[in-house]
Design a protein around this ligand. Sequence first.
Ligand SMILES: Nc1ncnc2c1ncn2[C@@H]1O[C@H](COP(=O)(O)OP(=O)(O)OP(=O)(O)O)[C@@H](O)[C@H]1O
Ligand SMILES: [Mg+2]
Length: 280
Amino acid sequence: MSAPVNAPVSVAGGAPGGAPLLQMQRISKHFGGLQALKDVDLTLQAGELLGIVGDNGAGKSTLIKVLTGVYPPDGGGIVLNGERVRIPNRRASIDLGIDAVYQNLALVDYLTAPQNVYLGNEIKRSVLGIPVLDNAGMRKKAAAILNDRLGVALGDIDQHTFNLSGGQRQAVAIARALIQEKGRILILDEPTAALGPEESRRMLEVVQRLKRKEMGIIMISHQLEHVFELADRIMVLRRGRLAGVRSTAHTTRQEILGLIVGSIADYEADAGAAGAAVTP
Ligand SMILES: Nc1ncnc2c1ncn2[C@@H]1O[C@H](COP(=O)(O)OP(=O)(O)OP(=O)(O)O)[C@@H](O)[C@H]1O
Ligand SMILES: [Mg+2]
C-alpha cells in the first residue's frame, strides 16, 4: 500500500539540507497475471547519473514508464524534491521536468533538426502584433545546443533528420528534452543500443557532457562497460524486484553481474546505498 500523500519523506543520504531530487517508493505494477514490478525503490540525487541494469524483462522500461506517466503504478509513490507528486500522463511528467529519450525516437523524419527540437514548443515572435514562428531563433538555439552543449555537428542543420545517423538523431532527441525549461530529470533508455562503436563512443561523450549540478540522469543500458564508465551508482533490477544498488566506485562487474543473474541476492546487505550520496 502506498504511503499517505503528506507522509514525511525519508531523506536518507540526500544532499545536505535537502531531499533527493527523486524518490520512487515501493513501486509495483502488474500486467494481467505478470508482476512486472514489485516494491521497487529508486533514489536519484541532483547532479547524479544513475545506471539501471538488468536482464530482458527485468522491469527497467516499465519503471521508467511509471515515472513518465505512461503507466499508472498499482502501488507506491513518487516524491520529487521532497514533495509527493502524481504523474497521470506524459504531459504531467514533462511539466514536472522529467523527460525521457527512448530507443525508438519520436523524430519527424521530414522535419529539420531545429524543427524537431522545438516541435510543440515553438518559439514565436511578434510581427506587427501577429505571432509568427521565429525560425531563425529556433535554428540558432538548436544549433547552439547541438554544437556547444552536446558537441555534435550535423553538417547541414537544415537537412531532414531522415538523413541523419543514429547518433545524430539521438542527439536531436536529447536536445529536444533539454529545451524543456523545467528539465530536471533526463532518462535515457538504451542510448547506445542501436549505434555502432564509433557513434556509441560519441553518445557516451554527449551523456558525460550532460552531467551537471542541477540535473539528474537515469541511464538504462545492457552494456555494463558504458554504465561503469558513466554512472555514479548502479541499480540492478531482477524479475521486477530491486536486486541491489551499488556505488560504481565500490563495486565490480562481477558483483553487478551476480546481482543481474541472481547468484548474489543480498540487497539487504547494501540497503544503505539505495539512498546514499555518491562517495568520491
Ligand atoms: N504493456 C505491457 N503489457 C503486458 N506486459 C508488459 C507490458 N510492458 C511490459 N510488459 C512485461 O513486463 C515485463 C517487464 O518489461 P520491461 O519492458 O519493463 O523490461 P525491460 O527490463 O525493459 O527489458 P529489456 O531489457 O528487454 O528492454 C516483461 O515481462 C514484459 O513482457
Ligand atoms: Mg526495456
